[in-house]
Design a protein around this ligand. Structure first.
Ligand code: IPE
Ligand code: IPE
Ligand code: MG
Length: 257
């Protein structure tokens, strides 16, 4: 445990335990419940997003420094979230811009490699440039790969992959009879990233909301009623501990003879 760890001793022991048992390689989180968190406090929804950003900051630091998780993916904004009121969307875009701007030095220091999943073209110019900068400047880091799903939608991602494959077929590069899983996966935003072992969704909703549909074919799911701003490192560790109790069969049987 590094000396400026955020954690009391009992969590430190639990971390050691989950690390000994073998961490999942890739944890992805649907960060949900910011609006309800704010509403419960009589605050505007934007205050929930603000608080949620702090949760994300803490969790990224924890995942990289204390847990030493290789891949963390955070669902920050979906292709469907544009349907929200303009003020809320603008607030979230600004918040993401500030978040990346403020965190860049820390990401560099802590060895965080930033990746984005999603279509960056409709984002405000300033944010898009900031995202490009973060991806570029952290490309050499390798302690934690942090994927930010931003304007991400799984169906759109699959459509994009199909178009890519169709182009390769049209040019004669690929034989349609040879299209396999690999042909699709290499055209997804996640081509460089292993499938998530564990997807966590906060706030009690039990759905994927267009998140990593292809990649989650055999992912373990963990749902918690905790609202995202209240989700702490301890609960991440508990989710991982529960994941470690599960048996992943991939369609096979326990003791194949
Ligand atoms: C998640 O919290 C953040 C985003 C989707 C951007 P919500 O804003 O969806 O919060 P609830 O679900 O309304 O409580
Ligand atoms: C999913 O949450 C998207 C993100 C967390 C970024 P939503 O709040 O948008 O999902 P629904 O509308 O409840 O399915
Ligand atoms: Mg929500």
């Amino acid at each position: 445990m590094e000396k400026d760890s955020l954690l009391p001793n009992d969590i430190a022991r639990l971390i050691e335990l989950v690390r000994e048992r073998g961490l999942p390689q890739h944890v992805a989180i649907i960060m949900d419940g910011n609006g309800r968190w704010a509403k419960k406090r009589g605050l505007p929804r934007t205050a929930g997003h603000q608080a949620g950003t702090q949760t994300a900051e803490r969790l990224i630091r924890f995942a990289g420094r204390d847990l030493k998780l290789p891949y963390l993916t955070l669902f920050a904004f979906s292709t469907e979230n544009w349907a929200r009121p303009t003020e809320e969307v603008d607030f979230i875009m600004d918040l993401l811009d500030k978040f990346i701007t403020e965190k860049l030095a820390e990401f560099e220091r802590e060895g965080v490699h930033v990746n984005v999943l999603g279509d960056m073209t409709p984002l405000p110019d300033k944010l898009r440039q900031r995202v490009d900068q973060a991806v570029r400047e952290t490309a050499g880091n390798s302690r934690l790969v942090l994927n930010i799903a931003l304007n991400y939608g799984s169906r759109q991602e699959i459509i994009r992959a199909c178009r890519d494959v169709a182009k390769r077929v049209a040019s004669g590069e690929v034989d349609p009879a040879k299209i396999d899983e690999q042909a699709i996966t290499t055209s997804l935003y996640t081509s460089e990233i292993p499938d998530p072992d564990l997807i966590i969704r906060t706030s009690g909703e039990m759905r994927l909301s267009n998140f990593l549909l292809w990649q989650a074919a055999y992912t373990e799911l963990y749902f918690t009623d905790t609202l995202w701003p209240d989700f702490g490192p301890d609960e991440l560790v508990r989710a991982i501990a529960e994941y470690q109790e599960r048996e992943r069969r991939y369609g096979s049987v326990e003791d194949a003879e």
